[in-house]
Design a protein around this ligand. Sequence first.
Ligand SMILES: [Fe+2]
Length: 385
Amino acid sequence: MESVESMQLVAMPHIVFGTGTIKQAGQWCAQLGSKALLVTGCGSLHRSGWLDEIISNLGAHGVATTVFAGVKPEPSVNTVQIGRSRLWEAGCDLVVAAGGGSSLDVGKAIGALAGESGDAAEYHRGRQITKPGVPIVAVPTTSGTGSEVTPNAVLIDQERGVKASLRGDGLIPKVAIVDPQLTLTLPPAATAFAGIDAFTQALEGFTSTGANLVTDKFTAEALVHLAGAIRTVYRDGDNLPAREHMSLGSLLAGIGFASSRLGLVHGLAHPVGIISGQPHGRVCGLLLPHVIDFNREAAQEKYAQAARLIGVTNDSDNEAAALALRDWVTELVKELRIGQSLSDLGISKDDVEAMIAPALASSSTKHNPRKVTEPDLRRFLEQIL
Ligand SMILES: [Fe+2]
């Protein structure tokens, strides 16, 4: 009998998944607090009617709501700082983060830092969070980031020009309510960007050096759901079963990569995102086929397994199957109108040097299946301009 490998798995929220589960928001929140700060974005939750629905559902269970709206895409530590003041002023004992990845990340950071008095930027720079925050309930309205289950929040510090994760157990939501209905109103481009982010996270989680037999179950299952539904939700956003598969895939990818970590796409996504100002998902989708090529030898077996899992090929030859996966992803990215080269994102040769140090320092890059050296990375970036 073979021995079992050592491994670590991060904590998970209580997860409530399925169409209609948003109706359970009030009952779950009432178990955690009585005054909720509802953190959300720039209006889509309000326009879709879900904001009022959530507030009245919380009210029916005795939970009062203060809304902190206006979280912008690619959010900053300043937004967290302002939101935390709002939480203190209103005396909230709970955060409900409802929206896309940005709203979830800001809500999680506010909740995790609620007990700390230092500036949010200090913790982003690495100061330890030592005091307990307030419980967090995460309600995603996109199927992309998996932020509802992960222990980190991606934030930009404008002053330092750094995009990085705030990480800690206090950022893990107590409850994640994943209701695919909430993603129905997401427009096609945002659906494509969120979906390819989720797919990238599933694949990077599956091929990461931190992957283990448990995370592989989650990321492999995620790949199947995401690959099977991504084209359908892009073309037909009203297709609820397809939305359900995307939401489940994104959730499963999040559970997997929270423990396994990611790879070079995500290591580069932060500097490319800062320089281009483009949405995270678009950046990830654009980089993915190139990174598969970069890693193809080092991760050949895993790529081949992924290709067979999602039905791209049944070729038993790993080299051929890994190549088939690269080709399938390339075609998908084209269909989703994501772009093919860094110049499609407005990045030029002059930007290459500035991306190298942050990409090499990223923990995602450190978990890439092929070791990434500085000369390799420079060559890679120049090739994909
Ligand atoms: Fe991502």
